[in-house]
Design a protein around this ligand. Structure first.
Ligand SMILES: Nc1ncnc2c1ncn2[C@@H]1O[C@H](COP(=O)(O)OP(=O)(O)OP(=O)(O)O)[C@@H](O)[C@H]1O
Ligand SMILES: [Mg+2]
Length: 318
C-alpha cells in the first residue's frame, strides 16, 4: 500500500507556515466572539475558507452559513437578494421572497467582494447593522434578524488614508471591520507552497485516475519562486493541468504553462560582492542578460528596459 504523508491542516486549510499559524490563531479569536469580521487578501488566498472556519468554530456553528457575492448579482437585484421582497414589489416579483439576511437568521452571513457594493445597498446595509432589523423590498414590517456578518474583499477598501478615495463608505467600513484578518499571498507562505502542491497533486491524481508521484527538482524551484498572482486557485489549475498532460511519474518543466516557465529565466541570479562599482555591475548585468537571451539584443534591450541603440552603445563601451 502507498503511504501518504499526513498534511498539516486547520479545518480545510492546508498550511503550517508562521504566517498561517498567525491566521489560525486569529480565526480562533474571531470565532470566540460575535463581532463583524473583515477578511482581506488577494484573489484565491482562501478568504471563503477562513469565513467558513470562523462560522464552524463559533457558537452559531449549527445555524446556517449563507454566502452572498454582491459582485456576481446584477445591481438592481442586490437589495432584493439581501433583504427579500414582497409579492408585487417590482415587475417579476411574483412571490414574496425572504432575503439572505432572513435565511442567515441565527447564523452567519458572508458578504463576498464588498468593494462592488453600490452606494444604495451600502446605506441599507449600514442601517441593518445599526438597527438589527430588515425591511423586505415593498414591505412595511421591520423584521428582527440575528446575524453575524463576515465580509471579504480582494481590494484595499481605501486607496489611501484619505476618506474621499474610499471604495466603500467609511462609516460602513468601520462597522464591518471591527476584527480584520489579512491573508498572506501564496508567494509569502514559504514551504506551504510545497505542502499545497503535494496535496493538490494527490487530489488531481484521484480526479483524473493518474499515479503521478512527485515533481522534478526544477519544477519545485519554480513553484517556490513564481509570483502566483492567482494564489492557491492558480496553483490548483497549474497542477491539474500538469497532471493531465504528464506522461511520466514525475511532473516535469514542460508540463508547466509557458508563463510560469518564463518567470524562471528572469529569476536567474547574479551575485556580486560589495565593492563592485556601478560600472562593473552594469557590465555584468548586460553580459548575463545577453547570455540568458542567447545573444538576442532586441530581447536583451527589452528586459533591461533600454533602447536597442543604448544597448549597442554600452556593449561598445565595455
Ligand atoms: N489553505 C488552503 N488549503 C487548501 N486549499 C485552499 C487553501 N486556501 C484556499 N484553498 C483553495 O483555493 C481556492 C480559492 O480559495 P477561496 O475561494 O477561499 O479564495 P478567495 O480568497 O475567496 O478567492 P477570491 O478572492 O477569488 O474569491 C479554493 O478552491 C480553496 O478550496
Ligand atoms: Mg472568494
Amino acid at each position: 500500500m502507498h503511504m501518504q504523508k499526513k498534511i498539516p491542516k486547520f479545518d480545510d486549510m492546508t498550511g503550517r507556515s508562521p504566517r498561517m499559524q498567525t491566521i489560525f490563531q486569529r480565526i480562533c479569536d474571531a470565532a470566540a466572539t460575535d463581532v463583524t469580521v473583515l477578511i482581506l487578501g488577494e484573489s484565491g488566498t482562501g478568504k471563503e475558507l477562513v469565513a467558513q472556519s470562523i462560522h464552524r468554530r463559533s457558537s452559531r456553528a449549527n445555524e446556517p452559513f449563507i454566502p452572498v457575492n454582491t459582485g456576481a448579482i446584477s445591481k438592481n437585484l442586490v437589495g432584493s437578494e439581501l433583504f427579500g421582497h414582497q409579492k408585487g414589489a417590482f415587475t417579476g416579483a411574483t412571490d414574496t421572497k425572504p432575503g439572505k439576511f432572513e435565511q442567515a437568521n441565527k447564523g452567519t452571513l458572508f458578504l463576498d467582494e464588498i468593494s462592488t457594493m453600490d452606494e444604495a445597498t451600502q446605506v441599507s446595509l449600514l442601517r441593518v447593522l445599526e438597527t438589527r432589523k430588515i425591511q423586505r423590498i415593498g414591505g412595511r414590517r421591520f423584521i428582527p434578524v440575528d446575524v453575524r456578518i463576515i465580509s471579504a474583499s480582494n481590494k484595499k477598501l481605501f486607496h489611501s488614508d484619505l476618506s474621499q478615495d474610499a471604495i466603500i463608505r467609511q462609516d460602513l467600513f468601520h462597522r464591518l471591520s471591527v476584527f480584520t484578518i489579512t491573508l498572506p499571498p501564496l508567494r509569502e507562505r514559504g514551504e506551504d507552497i510545497l505542502l499545497l502542491s503535494e496535496e493538490l497533486l494527490n487530489q488531481a491524481n484521484l480526479q483524473f485516475n493518474k499515479y503521478i508521484r512527485s515533481f522534478e527538482s526544477e519544477v519545485i524551484d519554480i513553484l517556490l519562486t513564481y509570483h502566483w498572482p492567482g494564489n492557491i486557485r492558480e496553483l490548483k489549475n497549474v497542477i491539474q493541468r500538469a497532471v493531465l498532460i504528464c506522461r511520466n511519474d514525475r511532473i516535469s518543466l514542460d508540463n508547466l504553462p509557458a508563463r510560469i516557465r518564463r518567470k524562471k529565466l528572469k529569476t536567474a541570479e547574479i551575485c556580486l560582492p560589495i565593492g563592485t562599482s556601478l560600472r562593473d555591475m552594469e557590465r555584468v548585468l548586460i553580459q548575463k542578460t545577453l547570455e540568458s537571451t542567447k545573444g538576442n539584443r532586441k530581447k536583451t534591450a527589452e528586459i533591461l528596459g533600454i533602447s536597442r541603440r543604448a544597448l549597442y552603445n554600452k556593449i561598445n563601451k565595455y
